[in-house]
Design a protein around this ligand. Structure first.
Ligand code: AR6
Length: 183
C-alpha cells in the first residue's frame, strides 16, 4: 500500500532492502558494526567491502554504535547512495526498554538522514529477525514513529517499509490500519 503523509509518500511493500533505489537504505545492524546475518549480511554482501571499511573506521573513532543510535556510511555497490546503520533492541520480554529503544532506532535514523539532506529512505523491519521483537508490536512502533516524524517534517519525499515476507507485510498493513482507525 501507499499513502501520502504530510508531504511524504509512505510505501509499505514487500521486497528486498538491498535493491531499493531510495537515497538511503537502513541496515538492522548490531553494536559492533562488523556485519552479521539477516539484513546486515545481505547489505554487506550486496554493497561490497567499502561499507565494512567505513564501519571499521567508525568503530575505531567512536567504538561502535549503541542500541537505538544510528551511523552513516556510503552505499558501496548498492543503488542507494548511503546506508544508515542502526541497532534495534534485543527482545527480552518487553520490560527492558525495548519499545523506547526501537522507537529511538527509527527516530535517530530519520534524524541522521535529515541532517545529511537525504530525502528518501527504505527501512526494513528492525529487530524482528534475530533480535526476536514481536512483529505486530514492532510494526506499531515503527509506523507510529515514522508517521509522526513525517507529519511534522517536510524534508522527505518518500519513506518505504520493505517487508521481506508476505506475513510481515500483512502485519505491517494491519498495524497501519489499526493505528489510523484508532485515532
Ligand atoms: N530485505 C528486507 N528485509 C529482510 C531481508 C532483506 N534482504 N533479510 C531479512 N529481512 P534481522 P534484527 C527481514 O535478523 O532482528 C544480524 O545478524 C527479516 O525477515 O536482519 O534487527 C545483525 O548483525 C526480519 O523481519 O535484524 C544483528 O546482530 C527483519 O528483516 C542482528 O541480526 C530483521 O531481521 C539484528 O537483528
Amino acid at each position: 500500500m501507499e499513502t501520502l503523509v504530510g508531504k511524504t509518500l509512505l510505501k509499505i511493500i514487500k521486497g528486498d532492502i538491498t535493491v531499493q533505489n531510495t537515497e538511503a537504505v537502513v541496515n538492522a545492524a548490531n553494536s559492533g558494526l562488523l556485519g552479521g546475518g539477516g539484513v546486515d549480511g545481505a547489505i554487506h554482501r550486496a554493497g561490497g567491502p567499502a561499507i565494512l571499511e567505513e564501519c571499521i573506521k567508525i568503530r575505531s573513532s567512536q567504538g561502535g554504535c549503541p542500541t537505538g543510535q544510528a551511523v552513516l556510511t556510503g552505499g558501496g555497490n548498492l543503488k542507494a547512495r548511503y546506508v544508515i546503520h542502526t541497532v534495534g533492541p534485543i527482545w527480552h520480554g518487553g520490560n527492558n526498554n525495548e519499545d523506547e529503544l526501537l522507537r529511538d532506532a527509527y527516530l535517530n535514523s530519520l534524524t541522521l538522514a535529515k541532517k545529511h539532506g537525504i530525502r528518501s529512505v527504505s527501512f526494513p523491519s528492525i529487530s524482528t529477525g534475530a533480535y526476536r521483537f514481536p512483529v505486530g508490536r514492532a510494526a506499531g512502533i515503527a509506523l507510529r514513529t515514522v508517521r509522526d516524524f513525517i507529519n511534522m517534517d517536510k524534508n522527505f519525499e518518500e519513506i518505504r517499509f520493505i517487508l521481506y515476507t508476505e506475513q510481515l507485510l500483512k502485519e505491517f498493513e494491519l498495524a497501519w490500519n489499526k493505528m489510523e482507525h484508532d485515532e
